[in-house]
Design a protein around this ligand. Structure first.
Ligand code: ATP
Ligand code: MG
Length: 436
């Protein structure tokens, strides 16, 4: 038997309704905050992600799916959304007329990782990107939009952690001090941190292995090495978050896994142990040089990416239902072959009129067909037998009020539309009124 590849999973119909709803909420939030969708290829040229040898992130060095296509071109399945967005922004010159370009994306990403709950080889990200002046207000625009999404889905157990890496000059100052400091303690650090010391010493600060190591805890703090411009930028971000009433904690060890960040970096985590190390739902920050590095003008950017799989796991863990139970407006059950054939056209016309409906195709037993109507959570069950067919009538059962009437086929559509809103049990709230 063929099985799904390791690190992937099937989203079955019950869950895909949650995915669809979440995507709908995301689209609404993006519209509110004026982010427009961009859809970039799922694979890009290898160099889009592997830009230079100095990149020390695991994602770039150990996790990408790289392949040679049939034309001998080196390609990479996208492990994240930012690089492709920036590539498209530059290639399509989206910067020409806009002071600020605000984009969002939603789709699958690929990383060769060890599968765990909330960590997959194919996973989905929803991301925001804003290219424009280096304004702290834009950092806040991005963070507050992420918070709006979490509010909209009702996930409250979250924590925003934020830090600054400073601009180039500040980072260089800090980097020198860190190299000096960690070199003196090299024997007390893990193997990976030895490599980090050479490539990107800042990343030692968020080492998962050494996180309780006093060497890390007592390391020099970035705050003491920021120049005035960087200090001012970060102070403004925090002040504006305060202004919007968004809670956060400043975490001086937060440095983020990707090497292109500068100034503001942040993560939003789910405050629960169930996802273990996978509790970071959203991560992002400012990248002032990426547009230039990918061949564009000197335009800074700021962005974030949500792990949608993790967001869905968190919602499930909190028992937050973002979708109503699946239902149909009507389900048709029939007696006899000619009723079935007539019924097919009947439901086709009902669907054209905007009603969600279906019929029993296979089973002839009434009991089995009623069960099928039940399984489909149908508001109305329509019963069409040979007699009804001969009289051009149909039997309509309201599954909530249990009322049953026989009406003429000509009246059916009008009757259903009129009565969809009247559920005597709940005043009509148990189902959405109508798809129209
Ligand atoms: P982690 O530290 O968990 O590996 P990361 O720093 O590699 O995360 P980013 O590259 O910042 O993650 O991606 C943004 C978000 O995408 C993460 O916060 C997470 O929610 C999600 N994400 C990243 N990798 C995976 C994965 N393999 N499976 C599921 N979600 C993921
Ligand atoms: Mg990772």
């Amino acid at each position: 038997m063929l099985t799904k590849p390791k690190g992937t999973y099937d989203v079955l119909p019950a869950d895909s309704r949650i995915w669809a709803k979440l995507e709908q909420v995301i689209r609404k939030i993006c519209a509110l905050a004026n982010y427009e969708e961009i859809r970039t290829p799922i694979f890009e040229q290898y160099e889009t992600f592997h830009r230079d040898d100095s990149d020390s992130s695991d994602m770039v060095n150990k996790e990408t799916y790289d392949f040679i296509d049939r034309g001998e071109r080196k390609m990479t399945l996208r492990p994240e959304g930012t690089a492709g967005c920036v590539r498209a922004y530059v290639e399509n010159k989206l910067y020409v007329n806009n002071k600020v370009t605000k984009l969002f994306y939603f789709g699958p990403m690929f990383r060769y990782e060890r599968q765990q709950k909330g960590r997959y080889r194919q996973f989905s990200q929803f991301g925001l990107e804003a290219y424009g002046p280096k304004s702290p207000l834009l950092d806040v625009d991005i963070i507050s939009t992420a918070c709006m999404l979490l509010k909209a889905v009702g996930l409250n157990k979250i924590r925003v952690r934020i830090n600054t890496l400073g601009d180039k000059e500040s980072r260089q100052n800090y980097r020198d001090v860190l190299v000096d400091y960690f070199s003196q303690h090299i024997d007390e650090l893990c193997e990976d941190c030895h490599t980090r010391l050479a490539k990107n010493p800042l990343r030692i600060l968020d080492c998962k292995v050494d996180k309780d190591n006093p060497v890390l805890i007592n390391a020099p703090k970035i705050n003491d090495y920021l120049n005035d411009v960087s200090k001012e930028h970060f102070a403004k971000v925090l002040a504006e978050l305060d202004n919007l009433g968004i809670d956060y904690v400043v975490d001086e060890h937060l440095v983020r896994g990707l090497d292109y960040y500068s100034d503001t970096v942040f993560e939003i985590e789910y405050e629960s142990d169930v996802l273990g190390n996978q509790n970071v739902l959203c991560a992002g920050g400012r990248y002032n040089d990426l547009v230039k590095d990918l061949g564009g003008p000197e335009i800074p950017g700021v962005g974030l990416a949500f792990g949608v799989d993790r967001l869905i796991l968190a919602l499930a863990n909190e028992n937050i239902q973002i979708v109503k139970p699946k239902y149909l407006h009507a389900f048709l059950i029939t007696l006899g072959q000619s009723a079935k054939e007539f019924g097919l056209k009947l439901i086709y016309n009902m669907r054209l009129a905007g009603l969600m409906c279906d019929m029993s195709y296979a089973s002839d037993s009434l009991k089995a067909q009623f069960k099928e109507a039940d399984n489909n959570n149908s508001m109305f069950t329509l019963i069409l037998g040979e007699d009804e067919l001969a009289n051009k009538t149909i039997n309509v059962k309201n599954n909530h009020t249990k009322e049953q009437v026989t009406i003429s086929l000509d009246e059916l559509l009008g009757y259903l539309i009129k009565n969809l809103n009247t559920c005597h049990n709940c005043g009509g709230n148990c189902h959405e009124k109508s798809t129209n």
